[in-house]
Design a protein around this ligand. Sequence first.
Ligand code: GCB
Length: 595
Amino acid sequence: MRRAAARLVFFFCLPLFAQTPSTPLVADPPSRTTINLDGTWNSIVDPYESGLSSRYYENAKPKSKSDLVEYDFDRSPKLKVPGDWNTQRDSLLLYEGPMWYQHSFPYTKRANVRTFLYLGAANYFSRVWLNGTKLGEHVGGYTPFNFEVTDQLKDGDNSLVVEVDNTRRPDGVPSTHTDWWNYGGLTRSVKLIEVPETYIQNYFVQLAKGQPSEIAGWVQVEHALPGASVTVEIPELKIKETARLENSGRAEFHFAAHPQLWSPENPKLYQVTISSGGDRITDQIGFRTIETRGTQILLNGKPIFLRGISAHEEAPFRSGSAFSEEDERTLLTWAKELGANFVRLTHYPHNEQEIRLADQMGLMVWEEVPVYWEIQFQNPGVLENAKAQLRDAIMRDQNRASIIIWSLSNETPITTARTDFIHQLADYARSLDSTRLISSASDKWQAVDPQHMALNDPMGEYLDVLGLNEYIGWYGNRKPADADQIQWSFKYQKPVIITEFGGGAPYGLHGDSDTRFTEEYQADLYRHQLNMLSRISALAGMSPWVLMDFRSPRRALPGIQDYFNRKGLISDRGQRKEAFYVLQKYYQEKAGEKP
Ligand code: GCB
């Protein structure tokens, strides 16, 4: 009875399309004037969703001694922002439901300043109020969103209330089943961004597709005066280009440039300044081309082998959702030490600062949206939701040279509805950014005979690069050594990345290589896999599963898993397993070869 009522409330509160458009994202928060709202926030756990009817968003106090107010943020427990709630309090480890956050902060209003409230991520559904006024709602746990709050801010003390609900939903993206922890909360930074009246909302400054000597792109200016223009400057290249804004506030441009090209060996970034009216922002941008030719991936016109590793956004040493620069730097440094030039950041867009670090450290990036396993492919609202998440990921990271691939999905079933869905996402991604490659990971391969495996997933038609997840030697009844005899074929003649293979072993569990969950089994599986994969002629790279052990509610085996997926090459405490060194050696040899 109670569950039915709770569901009813939820149903009525969520619009059918489960997506209230927030204001277009203000690009490049790091180069803006910001007021950081991170810190210790008040919080109320609300498993019965009574906060809405009790108007928690008013942050009310009794006005007299007889007044009834049945909540009190100031006397409620605290939560750190950013941070998932699950790992902040033992009683919240498995909590899925609504949580109310409240934070008071001072503000001084100034003339000719527009202010935006920017939330880096809130998993999964959120509603936001400032000083009792509802700003809006947002769906999707891993992409940023913002609201203009110029008119809602007060001089002096302000009260911000955010309800975040991580209830898994059949019509969610992802849906109800994942192999990672459903960390709830304000998992990334919250800030105010101040911009002038007329401001640069977003921009795309990249090399034109396949053109190492031409920069092309656009700038969008909001509230521009008629006839206004925009200037793009790259002082180190002695470039200063001005373009007139159309009535829509958009200017498109292309101009000749001869930048040193960004690559893993030389992750060169240029200072790029964009100005229009009184607004001016400076970003650090790298320039490179990325294309395919037959079954090869070309970086800056030359074939490249992607020596990769998959990684979740899981915090090293303490578990939980990663959010600090230190977390991200540790993960990416481990990938570099493994010999990687590529990271597959699964299964959702990671923190913006991780992508910026990848730019600086010279790691190519696969960025993915959480279209994972079974979702409601026939539901138009789900497609809108997936598109919105893809759009916001692209709008946030489109100027990062490290990003070479937008990935649309992981391990989805072969149905007509699914393939149409991926086709639409692929078209949409290309309409937003035509310079990067489009991919998706499929596990829908078949055994043609015991020694011949084939990937014919029809979504391959819409992709530039095929992603293949195969767990030979771990799932199914084949042994790791069977890989030595296996040949692969692919219906589409495109570059192939083996986006996943692997096996589980807790650090320090030893035995012979036939014994499951030992480091020896995992290392042996890697040796046979590498032998098999080296024989795939279309192989353009790989990103084995996975850099570090991560929490997963599906992994219950006591003493071995303890609710962690143990397929990491590194444990959640930072210890390297034998398989780490097997892959490292292979990558060292690969780095010395010509692809
Ligand atoms: C997969 C999924 C990944 C899982 C992994 C596993 O195929 O893409 O999310 O965590 O397998 O460990 O089973």
